[in-house]
Design a protein around this ligand. Sequence first.
Ligand SMILES: [Zn+2]
Length: 73
Amino acid sequence: MPINSQRWFMRKEDYELRQANPDSPFRSFDVKCLKCGCYKLTLTAHYDEQTGESFLLFFCTRCRRQEQIPIKI
Ligand SMILES: [Zn+2]
């Protein structure tokens, strides 16, 4: 981690918005697979009839890791 004083030496580029990864479905967020580092994720919405809860499923197209994100309605 850089120490605070190094902030004084940030270049102009450091202040500009970072570009999204072209492989990522996200344009404003940096979301990648923590297992393999891949940005190629798919997002699907699901509804669990047993629990009555909706959730999003993030799916890594490279290593097939997945994660459920609850949807708050
Ligand atoms: Zn992955």
